[in-house]
Design a binder for this molecule. Structure first.
Ligand SMILES: Cc1cc2nc3c(=O)[nH]c(=O)nc-3n(C[C@H](O)[C@H](O)[C@H](O)COP(=O)(O)OP(=O)(O)OC[C@H]3O[C@@H](n4cnc5c(N)ncnc54)[C@H](O)[C@@H]3O)c2cc1C
Length: 246
């Protein structure tokens, strides 16, 4: 198990309840990782490992700089949430281990990709899309389905607009569960009022050929999406991959 020291560099609000946090991994050597992988942090939160250890997916693609971005949502009373949002100071060093995880892009670019997420579940897909753009990878289609409550809760929206303009065959469906007045559609970006399921369940949306469905977020949403994909769209479970936050 390899532990690294990570220096807290800074933070920025991404929405009312979500912030981006930047850490520099302190190593002379590069610490490469694949888009979609995570690090587990040992936070100064008490004597028990269960209190201290929290995993976070890296939200940026590896660029050789050892700078990692985390996208973290605030949970009231959550030990790690309180630490990141209230306590941590610039320059503080925390220990982390990784990279870990196999929630990464398929090795072939021949498959359609459907990325399904809510809230900070967008983190691995943001890293993957940065990688796809930087490496100029071309997939037959990439459909990002992102859900949040209101327009002001959208994460990485300017980048979604960029991807919709620059990444070949990319489109985004943004589902706002508590918004009835929707933003106007933009090139390759469609808005929906309600939950995410409608966006990938529409039969006209199903890409032809082989598709990998990648889902990221909290257990309830992942369970619901898997049931819909298997029971309604008759998708083979082998085509479904997920990363569970908890
Ligand atoms: C592989 C992996 C990657 C992860 N990546 C991220 C990430 O990129 N960004 C991120 O914010 N979190 C991520 N998490 C979750 C993270 O590790 C913590 O669980 C989270 O920050 C809450 O920790 P806490 O101590 O504040 O709350 P705790 O008190 O530990 O929370 C306990 C429980 O509250 C629930 N919960 C907490 N926050 C939420 C939420 N926002 N929505 C719904 N239920 C919630 C969950 O059931 C959780 O198990 C990831 C988890 C794993 C396993």
């Amino acid at each position: 198990m390899i532990w690294h020291e990570a220096e807290f560099i800074g933070q920025k609000a991404e929405s009312l309840t979500t912030r981006k946090f930047w850490f520099k991994l302190k190593s002379e050597e590069p610490i490469p990782y694949s888009a979609g992988q995570f690090f587990t942090f040992d936070l100064p939160l008490g004597p028990k490992r269960a209190d201290r250890w929290r995993s976070y997916t890296v939200a940026n693609a590896y660029d050789g700089s050892n700078l990692i971005e985390l996208c973290i949502s605030y949970k009231k009373g959550g030990l790690a949430s309180e630490y990141f949002f209230e306590t941590i100071n610039k320059g503080e060093i925390v220990k982390c281990k990784g990279p870990d995880g196999a929630f990464t892009l398929p090795t072939t670019t021949a498959k359609n990709l459907v990325f399904i997420c809510t809230g900070t579940g967008i983190a691995p897909f943001r890293a993957m899309l940065q990688h796809i753009e930087a490496a100029k990878l071309e997939y037959p289609s990439i459909h990002l389905v992102f859900g949040c409550r209101k327009e002001k809760d959208m994460l990485y929206f300017e980048e979604i607009e960029d991807w919709a303009g620059y990444i070949p065959n990319f489109k985004a469906s943004i589902c706002l569960s508590r918004e009835t007045k929707l933003p106007s559609p933009q090139k390759n970006i469609q808005y929906y009022s309600g939950y995410i399921h409608q966006a990938y369940l529409q039969t006209s949306n199903i890409p032809k050929g082989e598709t990998v469905y990648m889902i990221c977020g909290w257990n309830q949403i992942i369970d619901e999406v898997v049931v819909h994909l298997v029971q309604e769209l008759k998708i083979d479970r082998k085509q479904i991959r997920f990363e569970l936050f908890g």
